[in-house]
Design a protein around this ligand. Structure first.
Ligand code: FEO
Length: 395
């Protein structure tokens, strides 16, 4: 059955929406699935840009058949070789063996790793700045290493000024009929969660891509996931500038606590109340044990101030908190002010051990004021001092 969507008279969306998937990359929870976007440009020559995940292979092949109207594709352009986009490459070539795969050297190496039988086919190898004419449409290839894998590239069509941006500018969530951001509800929180967890580590490489993109006259951005940007492109580009430079999106506080018996939770709540009394409006509180780390990481990219409250455990850090700290370090969270609240009934070490991890990260300012809870008692002055320090930093 045909599920294609029209982008313009030459270009169709031929991707698929996957609402059966619960975990993206088998890690990240999805409440409304994800789209795998693939596109076809129908000019004198026909080019297909990327494919979809195996889960949606049948739908994709039906879309292709409809879009081709009995013709054959001349080119299959592989912008990104991760299996959520390339899984159908072999099937596509089985059905249309005359199509030539257009890819860079690194991509070709990955293709032969994922599909050993495709190692010796005839590729059209492209590198930075190469172009390919389809007729009216001329495609320009721009390398985008580590956005999100080393082989990633983006393709710019100078005829209708579309940037096929691979994983960049994508988001979680299936498409619900409307395919353009200006028609669909665009959930910036989900876009941030996608960005921060998928490419958050690679801010420098994202900035390099943004610099290259700034030299192009882009009217439309077609990502590999989520809706298409054809209006107000600055909205998402400005977000990417902030996220990739690790600039906090907002002056806001995230309190992330872990609590075995509710006492650390009570102090985390007391801090939130004190901050509210101080006039701080943007406060969010999360239980680390029950919140998937991808949401916590996303909030770290948004908020300027982060407070982590945790028990000591086995003379170390309570495991969920330790995982959270390692996650934010792995994803390169930086340029933040972090406060620590520890709980320990006999030998609290959380603040000391967390400080060591935070000091190994870039541009993390550890708050002067910390709070120590002994089982269920704490010094209210310590808490008020921490709240005052945060308030001073935000106001
Ligand atoms: Fe959507 Fe890096 O794959």
């Amino acid at each position: 059955m045909n599920n294609t969507q029209i982008i313009n008279s030459d270009v169709l969306w031929i991707g698929a929406n996957d609402r059966r998937i619960n975990l993206f990359e088998n890690i990240f929870p999805l409440s409304n699935g994800v789209s795998y976007n693939s596109y076809i440009i129908r000019d004198k020559k026909i080019a297909i840009l990327d494919t979809v995940d195996n889960n949606c292979g049948k739908q994709f092949m039906e879309n292709i058949e409809f879009a081709l109207e009995g013709k054959k594709p001349d080119y299959i352009i592989v912008n990104h070789m991760e299996p959520d986009h390339c899984a159908m490459l072999k099937d596509l070539l089985n059905k249309y063996p005359s199509a030539q795969v257009v890819a860079n050297d690194k991509t070709i190496a990955f293709i032969s790793q994922f599909f050993p039988t495709l190692a010796d086919i005839s590729y059209l190898t492209v590198k930075e700045g190469d172009t390919l004419s389809l007729g009216k449409h001329t495609l320009h290839f721009v390398m985008a290493p580590m956005v999100h894998w080393p082989e990633a590239m983006v393709t710019y069509d100078s005829y209708d000024k579309i940037l096929y941006s691979a994983d960049a500018f994508g988001t979680f969530g299936a498409l619900n009929g409307n395919i353009f951001c200006d028609e669909a509800h665009f959930d910036m929180g989900e876009a941030r969660r996608y960005y921060s967890n998928i490419v958050g580590k690679y801010g420098t490489q994202v900035q390099a891509l943004l610099n290259k993109a700034s030299a192009l006259d882009i009217k439309t951005i077609c990502p590999l996931h989520g809706p298409i940007w054809r209006k107000d492109l600055d909205i998402i580009i400005e977000k990417y500038k902030k996220w990739s430079t690790y600039e906090p999106e907002e002056k806001a506080v995230m309190i992330a606590y872990a609590s075995m018996y509710g006492n650390t939770q009570s102090v985390a709540n007391a801090l939130a109340v004190q901050l509210a009394k101080n006039g701080i409006k943007k406060i969010v509180v999360y239980d680390i044990s029950s919140t998937h780390f991808s949401y916590l990481v996303s909030e770290c990219f948004r908020c300027s101030h982060i407070v982590i409250a945790s028990p000591t455990y086995n003379n170390g850090i309570y495991p969920p908190t330790e995982t959270f700290l390692h996650d934010i370090k792995a994803l390169n969270v930086q340029n933040r002010t972090v406060g620590l609240i520890q709980n320990g009934s006999w030998a609290p070490v959380f603040t000391k051990l967390a400080t060591e991890i935070l000091k190994s990260m870039k541009d993390i300012t550890i708050m002067e004021n910390s709070v120590t809870i002994k089982s269920a008692i704490y010094d209210k002055n310590e808490l008020e001092n921490m709240a005052f320090e945060i308030t001073k930093g935000i106001k």
